[in-house]
Design a protein around this ligand. Structure first.
Ligand code: SF4
Length: 345
């Protein structure tokens, strides 16, 4: 499983081969990923065959496509049974990949399908990086009409809290930026609020984008949605976000999953706008993608528009994000929910 080996140590997988073979292999893994090792045309057959079915650190359990092919979603399965979800969304000038950093998640956010499963294990850096490489290979084999041929943006918004798996996420960032050549600015690390992790990320050399999943503008409401808030309340979070923004010179994003009758009131909109203004953050409002495991629902369209208008009227920069792939369960953890339900039938 070559992705589980650091790019600088690939020689160890090629005993008896000349040194330049490791470099050729590195190119195929990171610069021009291919779905099947038989496509690595400049490597001798003995090397390609040595990887064979072990090329990827997971197998494809489910592959789905929707939005006229502009959304592609995979449920991968690691040999130990860990489930990994990845979603690719094509736009006119970018192809954004949402990746998972953990199998399951320990944070237990009450509106999230993944949170209801609990924590399985951290994903290794190779398993996280391989999601990007797999999507790159899929895109080059089967392009999305009107979108770039390479993954241009990566967001850590799939299953798991990336800053709770810091070492592996850091190594993934290093591989994506320094080996694959992705722009750090095109990579977004999304956290539900692990303050020490935000500070560690601020000290890294790469100007990645930080997204804070806020979801509520006061501690009482936030604690009912995000249990981690008891450990890192909003004031502590905002102080960490300020430190990150100051250190990197980058604007932070506030993510707000909009839930019917929960955090869609004018009061929450005004309080959110006030926070966003203070820390000069951009707000992304994402209407809830309903999941069978959580009681929260998507608000009616009229209320969604009113909420966004209210945030904007109070001086914050706000974008209403589309909920891509609702017909293929594209919210994090939802494909896995279906898969588990199907296997119980
Ligand atoms: S929303 Fe994110 S941090 Fe919270 S339980 Fe789900 S995956 Fe974990």
């Amino acid at each position: 499983m070559p992705y589980l080996t650091a790019p600088e140590e690939l020689e160890d997988l090629l005993p008896g081969e000349p040194a330049f073979r490791a470099n050729q292999l590195k190119q195929w893994l990171y610069q021009h990923p291919v779905l099947d090792p038989t496509e690595m045309t400049n490597l001798p057959a003995r090397v390609r065959e040595a990887f064979g079915s072990n090329h990827w650190p997971f197998s494809v359990e489910v592959e789905q496509s929707s939005d006229r092919g502009r959304t592609r979603k995979w449920l991968f399965r690691a040999p130990d049974g860990a489930a990994i979800e990845t979603v690719l969304m094509g736009y006119p000038r970018r192809a954004t990949l949402c990746i998972s950093s953990q199998a399951g998640c320990a944070m237990r956010c009450t509106f999230c399908a993944t949170g209801q499963f609990g924590f399985e294990r951290h994903l290794e850096a190779g398993e996280i990086t391989a999601q990007v490489a797999f999507a790159m290979a899929s895109l080059s084999k089967q392009p999305m009409e009107g979108s770039p041929l390479r993954v241009s943006n990566v967001v850590f918004m799939g299953m798991g809290e990336p800053l709770a798996n810091y070492a592996n996420v850091r190594e993934t960032l290093r591989r994506l930026i320094e080996v694959m050549g992705m722009s750090a600015r095109a990579i977004t690390v999304s956290t539900v609020g692990v303050v020490p992790g935000i500070d560690r990320l601020a000290a890294e050399p790469w100007p990645v984008t930080l997204a804070l999943s806020l979801h509520a503008a006061d501690d009482h409401l936030r604690q009912s949605l995000v249990p981690l808030n008891a450990r890192y309340p909003i004031d502590d979070l905002l102080a960490a976000v300020r430190r990150f923004a100051a250190g990197k010179g980058r604007r932070v994003t506030l993510e707000w999953t909009l839930m019917d009758g929960v955090n869609d009131t004018p009061e929450q909109a005004r309080a959110l706008a006030s926070i966003a203004r203070k820390i000069r953050a951009h707000v992304n409002v994402i209407p809830m993608n309903p999941t069978p495991l959580a009681p929260q629902k998507r608000p009616p369209d009229r209320r969604i528009r009113q909420f966004v208008d209210e945030v904007r009227r109070h001086g914050a920069n706000v974008t209403l994000r589309d909920t891509r792939g609702t017909e293929i369960d594209a919210a994090c953890g939802q494909l896995r929910v279906r898969s588990a339900a199907a296997s119980e039938e």
